[in-house]
Design a protein around this ligand. Structure first.
Ligand SMILES: *Cc1c(COP(=O)(O)O)cnc(C)c1O
Length: 434
């Protein structure tokens, strides 16, 4: 059947490489073609052929209130009347910086960017400038955006497309990035014993969520913290995905840790293009114009993006029933997450399909394997064919999960218990027919 989406995709492919502006959207890993979106509202997304899906991607993380929340749409309309970009300071930037510093105790100062990629790229430049060392350490399967130094053994689209390294990244750059297996304290300790004095920083996804959703072993994050301290390196938490999604202070708040620098994005932009990096004031003050580490951005701190992000953060801390006390948005997301996890576990048990389920708050991942999920190697060993069939059966029945087994699923405040139950019924039907 020729759909409007497939016709438009044919045109897109003539003018855009692969027809998409970010590789994971191409549905390559499920051997198919994407649909084009007409509109999205709340928990639902509608394609240009008029079919509506319950959405578990939420623009890959930013849409924690659901699609087109009225609080954010109204804010954007209102703010845009007074101007769209100024290239000179505006009050929203200060409000945003103050909010981040108040919510995340490790962040004393923060600089805004326009994407998560810029945030991590700038954070490692800053760490190198501050320590006057060149090497950085990252972990296999952790995705930190697509800058040269970080696109080495990365997750997300890089994994999906089977290209852990990108062409066009000079060997000399990649050599300054040391890649270690995640959750392996011995290898890490050995590396620091040999090379610790020349390592600028460890960068880590606070909970790796771009190659499935993987949790640190007990004590692992503490080891990252103590070993960087011991050798005078910096610890950079990439909370682009987890920040402002898993509570006011992200994973560092949950785990009670104090990284030197942190990177943010996604949720703080309210769906507009935003990133941020921040941390210790003595490190952040190395940035231009105060210090010698250069970093800039024409649209950084954009008033629309700042106002949209602030509106989103305000909604998250509001009481769920409009009251200022009692459970807030984060508590509600945990309740929804528990509801979904309980139902999903029961379903998978009933079906007798080997599986693992990792979940925290509103983030979840179903793996078609019974291996313990310690790192990306375990994630790669799931039943990919089963996943592919499951994906298409769900899509057909009106549930849109990520078109790749390496992605985390997201719930939003717009999802209701009824949505989740409907989804579990779709999952059951899908598993029955494949
Ligand atoms: C999405 C993501 C990035 C990159 O952010 P962009 O805005 O896509 O550039 C970096 N790190 C993590 C952990 C991410 O999930």
């Amino acid at each position: 059947m020729t759909t409007l989406s497939s016709k438009l995709f044919a045109v897109a492919k003539q003018h855009i490489p692969g027809g998409v502006n970010s590789p994971v959207r191409a549905f390559k890993n499920v051997d198919g073609e994407p649909f084009f979106v007409r509109r999205a509202k709340g928990s639902r997304i509608t394609d240009i052929d008029g079919k509506t899906y319950i959405d578990y991607i939420g623009s890959w993380g930013p849409n924690i209130l659901g699609h087109a929340p009225v609080e954010i749409s109204n804010t954007i309309h209102q703010v845009a009347k007074d101007g769209i970009s100024f290239g000179i300071p505006n009050p929203f930037e200060v409000d945003m910086a103050k909010t981040i510093c108040e919510w995340v105790p490790s962040v004393e100062k923060v600089r805004m960017t326009s994407s998560g990629t810029e945030a991590t790229m700038s954070a490692i430049r800053l760490a190198r400038g501050f320590t006057k060392r060149d090497y950085i350490v990252k972990f296999d399967g952790c995705y930190h955006g697509h800058s040269d130094s970080l696109l080495v053994a990365a997750g997300s689209g890089a994994l999906t497309n089977g290209e852990p390294d990108s062409a066009g990244v000079p060997k000399a750059f990649a050599e300054k990035t040391i890649v270690l297996p995640y959750n392996d304290p011995e290898t890490l300790t050995k590396l620091f014993e040999e090379k610790g004095e020349s390592i600028a920083a460890i960068i880590v996804e606070s909970y790796p969520a771009n190659a499935g959703l993987v949790f640190p072993k007990a004590g692992y994050l503490e080891l990252l913290s103590s070993i960087t301290k011991k050798y005078g390196a910096l610890l950079i938490f990439d909370e682009v995905m987890t920040g402002f999604r898993l509570g006011k202070a992200g994973v560092q708040g949950l785990e009670n840790l104090t990284p030197d620098l942190s990177c943010f994005g996604k949720v703080i932009g309210g769906g507009l293009p935003v990133g941020a990096f921040g941390g210790r004031a003595d490190v952040m003050d190395m940035l231009a114009p105060l210090g010698p580490v250069y970093q800039a951005g024409t649209l950084s701190g954009n008033p629309l993006a700042m106002a949209a992000g602030l509106a989103q953060l305000r909604q998250l801390t509001k009481g769920v029933n409009g009251s200022t006390s009692g459970p807030n948005g984060f508590d509600r997301l945990e309740t929804l997450g528990q509801h979904f996890e309980t139902g999903l576990r029961a379903l998978m048990e009933k079906k007798g399909i080997p599986h693992r389920i990792n979940r925290v708050g509103s983030m979840f991942c179903l793996f078609f394997t019974d291996r313990e999920i310690v790192n990306v190697d375990d994630v790669m060993k799931q039943d990919m064919e089963l996943f592919r069939k499951f994906f298409w059966a769900c899509l057909d029945k009106g549930v849109y999960i990520a078109p790749s087994p390496y992605e985390t699923g997201f719930l939003s405040l717009a999802h209701s218990e009824a949505d989740l139950d409907e989804t579990l019924t779709v999952f059951e039907d899908a598993l029955s027919e494949i």
